[in-house]
Design a protein around this ligand. Structure first.
Ligand SMILES: Cc1ncc(COP(=O)(O)O)c(C=O)c1O
Length: 424
């Protein structure tokens, strides 16, 4: 029976039973973590070959430019290898160091200090700057736009992506809206992929701000978990059809392909945008770690198809973990009205929506029983979930056994928090 339909006595009995099981788990003194989307040790081991695919013996035959200064936008072979991740030509990408978040931060900072392109007014001189934030979304995106003092506007997301009616209306009428964060594929945390229509409408936006930019963070573009992966329409091609390709900056990285601490990141954009980026980058650095780029090229034999084959090995490690999460939610909470979730075809997260007013309490109950979750509210700008209902579950890091225990505790916490809200 759904707790909403229980009598007072039935609800009390339901709560007492959940509490008893919860206390039993608490007594175990566990320490489990489902907070951050980090690859586990088994996944890291898949890329151990990166460590010896270049050795001292390779020095003599290797282009000496690799070891020296220069090559601001990355080595040609790395551009060729990773441009397909973003669906772009190699001349439309720059290969950076290990963090795409770093590039996004720099990109916002550049727009703020120098403008979003040649001859455009720096955002610091534009008065109030507003930013669209599909929610729930990635906390570190929101942290960047908060740091720069932009006013963030929540845009609801459904299974097709963000609410395009709202976006079209807002960008058309408000010149102070300068951009939007998008994770278009297996989004963090919802796991959804933007529909073709969403991408087409995004490409057809007619913003009042001539320097409006879509920050297209395709962090999970090749991170499939099923035989029937989602497909994402190529935004750049759609923009090019409308002559609006300057409207997007694209990002991806190998953080969850090889090593998060020592991968490579790429940025994709139009020639005009890349030229502008390079004009400030050249003051910032003489170039990024080309040896690491070459290592990645060698490890993957220079072929993108080997990168996607490598992702199948990640899938083998991750699929059972996602199954634990979704099966446990389905078994314990399916049809109860105590929560909803989406079983993603890829990415790193499962987004859970509890009853309104339960998320903080669920996270607290889990913490007291030794399970760390991403903080409630983290998936919203300013850490404020207006309904206090969304929790991001990150299944990748714990072992399958640990994850099962953590999920058992999670569903008990959901039952307890829901019973508390219903009883109040
Ligand atoms: C959507 C999204 N973008 C970017 C990142 C970080 O990427 P990087 O490691 O390349 O900085 C993450 C990490 O969780 C993410 O979820």
């Amino acid at each position: 029976m759904r707790p909403q339909e229980m009598t007072k006595q039935e609800l009390a009995a339901f709560k007492a039973e959940a509490l008893k099981q919860y206390e039993d788990y608490k007594a175990l003194g566990l320490s489990l973590n489902m907070a951050r989307g980090k690859p586990g040790a088994e996944q890291l081991a898949l890329s151990a070959g990166l460590l010896d695919c270049l050795t001292a013996a390779d020095f003599a035959e290797t282009d000496k430019n690799i070891f020296n200064y220069g090559g601001l936008d990355g080595i040609k072979e790395a551009k060729e290898l990773f441009a397909p991740m973003l669906g772009l030509s190699p001349e439309n990408v720059i290969v950076f160091g290990n963090s795409s978040l770093n590039i996004m931060y720099d990109c916002i900072s550049r727009c703020y200090t120098f403008g979003a392109g040649k001859g455009l007014t720096p955002w610091k001189d534009c008065g109030k700057v507003k930013w669209l934030c599909p929610v729930p979304g990635y906390d570190r995106h929101f942290a960047i736009t908060e740091l720069f003092g932009f006013e963030m506007i929540n845009v609801p997301v459904d299974e097709n992506g963000p609410d395009m009616d709202m976006i079209e209306r807002l960008v058309a009428e408000d010149e102070s809206i300068k951009g939007i964060w998008c994770v278009p594929m297996y989004a963090n945390p919802t796991g959804i992929t933007y529909s073709d229509e969403t991408v087409r409408r995004m490409a057809a936006l007619k913003p009042a701000a001539k320097d409006f930019r879509i920050f297209w963070d395709n962090a999970y573009c090749i991170h499939h978990l099923t035989d029937t992966p989602d497909k994402l329409l190529n935004l750049y091609d759609e923009l090019a059809k409308n002559g609006s390709e300057d409207m997007v900056y694209m990002f991806a990285s190998t953080s969850k392909v090889t090593f998060p601490g020592s991968g490579v990141a790429v940025m994709g954009a139009s020639k005009a945008n890349l030229d502008f980026v390079k004009s400030t980058m050249t003051i910032q650095t003489i170039g990024h770690d080309k040896l690491n780029m070459l290592r990645h090229v060698r490890f993957f034999g220079g072929k993108f198809e080997n990168v996607t084959a490598h992702m199948q090995k990640h899938r083998a490690v991750l699929e059972p973990r996602f199954k634990v999460v979704v099966d446990t939610l389905e078994r314990e909470l399916g049809g109860t009205g105590m929560g909803s979730w989406h079983s993603p075809n890829g990415g790193y997260f499962v987004s859970f929506n509890g009853m309104n007013g339960t998320a903080k309490r669920i996270v607290q109950l889990c913490k007291e029983a030794g399970v760390t979750l991403t903080g409630a509210g983290a998936t919203f700008p300013y850490g404020k979930d207006p309904d206090d209902k969304n929790i991001r579950i990150a299944p990748t890091f714990p072992s399958v056994e640990e994850l099962q225990k953590a999920m058992d505790i999670f569903v008990l916490a959901v039952k307890l928090a829901s019973a508390e809200v219903l009883g109040a």
